[in-house]
Each structure stands twice: as structure tokens, then as C-alpha cells.
Design a binder for this molecule. Structure first.
Ligand SMILES: *Cc1c(COP(=O)(O)O)cnc(C)c1O
Length: 378
């Protein structure tokens, strides 16, 4: 089989820049020329634009997605003696900020099909000390919100949605679908360059429909002050740069289109790979709009590394999200629990390239290589 003419990357940030270069350069130069690098007009404008897009009352921007999670916990006064429930198969940010604030993370397992927090495991982890639940909408897919929201209501525990990987994804429970990040008390996101809506550096935001929480979040992100030099509470310094806000204002206009292209590419993967023995395809949760932040297959543990090497030889990049369950990380070993599914997934998952500038023929090339790999085995 002939190799593809160029390497196939997980994401191609430089190509995206090339595509929008004339407009983006103009926007960047405008910010540079105006001189308001911190809290310039573009920041407030972006907060408004994103709030409008998500149909949420308040968007408060901040320095990055990890800060957003930390600020959310601070806004809910979470600290020493409090427990926060987190899925065990996710990026490290959530557990990190829980620990930084002196609270206790309680890890729960995920389900083997959708990779999301398992509501049954969640319910058995709830205690009198539980002060927040952080469902992570992993890989662009929604967590099992119907059940999680029901439990949160029953036990009166606030939800902080980690929506770093699923901005633009939706979920509908009986009614009109709504954007992820707008179901819990607070939603958090990241604009890291590989995320659904990405800037050219670090950036993040929090969403809420609660006026009082919004005000508190804004104060915390700004050194605990509302008025300059009146510090009413302990805060942090976490801001979205004016430059990044200008970039995001432009890119937000293209988000819906990019997500719809990615959906088509994901459907192509699903179609071309259907029935292939040796791998398990990802599934979209019903009543959800999956945005395919990652297209993650599962293979036998023995096949995973050979497959990754084989793809690499064929010029195809692939990534392992995540190579360890959270409690298998040295820093968080003390929070170890029986988490069989998270542990198993860490040795069987492989994420394939998917991004809005990928071509259908590139997806086909990846699929053909996968077919070659697995058919040669069987
Ligand atoms: C990227 C990510 C974060 C952190 O975002 P940063 O902007 O890199 O701090 C948090 N949670 C999840 C699930 C992520 O994927």
C-alpha cells in the first residue's frame, strides 16, 4: 500500500493559522497598536460573545483551564476537610487543584464504553463531606448528565463541569439540547491550542447562570477585589490576555463549522472501520452532540504499542490519552482505589488524528492502515 504524501498529525495548528492568516494578523496588530494588553476591550467582548453562543448568563475569562477549575472550587469555598469527586480517567488538572486547596479528592471509576464518570460509582462515593462533583466531559462527549444531575439534586451537591474538551458539545434531557458547561453550578473550559476553541497560548473561562457566583468568580480571578485595592477575599491573578481574546473572538465565528466538519470525519471513521476485528470504536452517547475532541479506539493491550509504532511508520501520529489512571500517578498514589476500568483503559486506548482541516482521503488512509494492521493479524 502506498504511503500518504504527507505526515498525518493529531492536529495541525500551523495549517489553521495559514488559513486565517490575513485576518488574524490584522487582529493581532490592532491589539498591539492599541496598547491595552491586559483587560482590553476584546476580553469583555469575547466574554459577551461566548455567553451568547453558549446561551449562559455569565462568562468570566481567566488564564487557563486549570485556573478555571481552581477558581470554581474557591468560589464554592472548598478547602480543608471537604471532599470532591472526580473521575479517575482524565487529565490531571482537576485532582491537582483539589489537592492544592487542601481538599480531598475522591476518585471514581468510569464506564468502559463512553469513558465517562460512572454514576453508580459516583453515588457510592458520596459522603457527608462531599462538597462538589467534577464530571469531565471527556474527548468531546458529555458525561452521563441525566443521572449525575439527579444525584447532585438528591444530595444537594454542586456540580463543576470540566468542559475543557467539549466546548460546543450539547446534551438534551427530554428538552432542547443545551451546551455542556451550562448544566452545573459552574462550567470550566480551556482555550489551550489543541482544544475545540483554541487560542495561540493559554486561556480559560468559567460559565455560570448564578449572578452571585459570577460576581465572586470575577473577584477571585482578580486578586479578590471588585474595586481596585479593596481586597475582600483571597484570590488569584488569572487573566485572559487581550491578544488571545482577539484571536478567540475571531475563531469563535468558525467554531460551529469546524465542529460540524469534525463530526463528518468521525462518522467517516465509524463507517470505514465498522466491523473491523481487533478494535472497539468509540460511541456517541444518545441525546448528545459529540464534538470529537478525540477519536479514541480501544485495542487489546498487547496490540496497542505495536499499532502505535506501525501507524507512526506509516506517517500517522496517534496519542495515548491517558497512559495512567489518575491514582497510578506518583503524586496521587495516596488516593488509590479499586478503579479497574480506568486502569484497563489506560492500557487499551489510542486516539487517532481528527481535526477540522483533515481531508476525507486522509481519514481513509488511516482506516486502510488500521485494516492492514488488524487483517494481517487475523
Ligand atoms: C486541557 C484540560 C484541562 C486544563 O486546561 P489548561 O488550559 O491546560 O490548564 C483541564 N481538564 C481537562 C479535561 C483538560 O483536557
Amino acid at each position: 500500500m502506498q504511503d500518504y504524501k504527507k505526515p498525518i498529525k493529531m492536529i495541525d495548528l500551523a495549517a489553521e493559522y495559514q488559513l486565517y492568516q490575513p485576518v488574524l494578523q490584522e487582529k493581532i496588530i490592532q491589539v498591539l497598536a492599541k496598547g491595552n494588553y491586559i483587560n482590553g476591550d476584546e476580553v469583555a467582548l469575547f466574554e459577551q460573545n461566548l455567553a451568547h453562543y453558549l446561551d449562559v448568563k455569565h462568562v468570566i475569562s481567566c488564564g487557563n483551564g486549570t485556573d478555571a477549575l481552581q477558581i470554581a472550587l474557591m468560589a464554592l469555598d472548598i478547602g480543608n476537610g471537604d471532599e470532591v469527586i472526580i473521575p479517575a480517567f482524565t487529565y490531571i488538572a482537576a485532582i491537582e487543584v483539589v489537592c492544592l486547596l487542601g481538599a480531598t479528592p475522591v476518585l471514581v471509576d468510569v464506564d468502559p464504553v463512553y469513558f465517562q464518570m460512572d454514576p453508580k460509582a459516583l453515588e457510592s462515593a458520596i459522603s457527608k463531606k462531599t462538597k462538589a462533583i467534577i464530571p469531565v466531559h471527556l474527548f468531546g462527549q458529555c458525561a452521563n448528565l441525566a443521572e449525575i444531575l439527579q444525584l447532585a439534586k438528591q444530595y444537594q451537591i454542586p456540580i463543576i463541569e470540566d468542559n475543557a474538551q467539549a466546548l460546543g458539545s450539547k446534551y438534551g434531557i427530554q428538552e432542547e439540547p443545551k451546551f455542556l458547561g451550562t448544566f452545573g453550578e459552574i462550567g470550566c473550559t480551556s482555550f489551550f491550542p489543541t482544544k475545540n476553541l483554541a487560542c495561540f497560548g493559554d486561556g480559560g473561562a468559567l460559565f455560570t447562570n448564578d449572578d452571585a457566583l459570577a460576581e465572586k468568580i470575577r473577584m477571585i480571578a482578580n486578586h479578590g477585589q471588585k474595586e481596585k485595592y479593596q481586597h475582600e477575599m483571597v484570590g488569584v491573578n488569572s487573566r485572559l490576555d487581550t491578544l488571545q481574546a482577539a484571536i478567540l473572538n475571531f475563531k469563535l465565528n468558525h467554531l460551529a463549522q469546524q465542529l460540524s466538519t469534525k463530526k463528518q470525519l468521525a462518522n467517516q471513521y465509524l463507517k470505514e472501520l465498522s466491523g473491523l476485528k481487533g478494535l472497539i470504536l468509540p460511541q456517541a452517547f444518545k441525546e448528545s452532540l459529540h464534538t470529537w475532541h478525540q477519536f479514541t479506539i480501544q485495542v487489546a493491550a498487547k496490540d496497542r504499542d505495536p499499532l502505535k509504532s506501525f501507524l507512526s511508520l506509516k506517517g500517522i501520529e496517534s496519542m495515548i490519552y491517558y497512559p495512567k489512571a489518575v491514582d497510578q500517578q506518583k503524586a496521587y498514589q495516596q488516593y488509590h482505589q479499586q478503579l479497574p476500568i480506568a486502569k484497563k483503559l489506560s492500557s487499551t486506548v489510542l486516539s487517532l488524528p481528527i481535526h477540522a482541516l483533515m481531508l476525507p482521503e486522509e481519514i481513509s488512509y488511516v482506516c486502510n492502515q488500521l485494516k492492514y494492521f488488524f487483517n494481517a493479524q487475523n
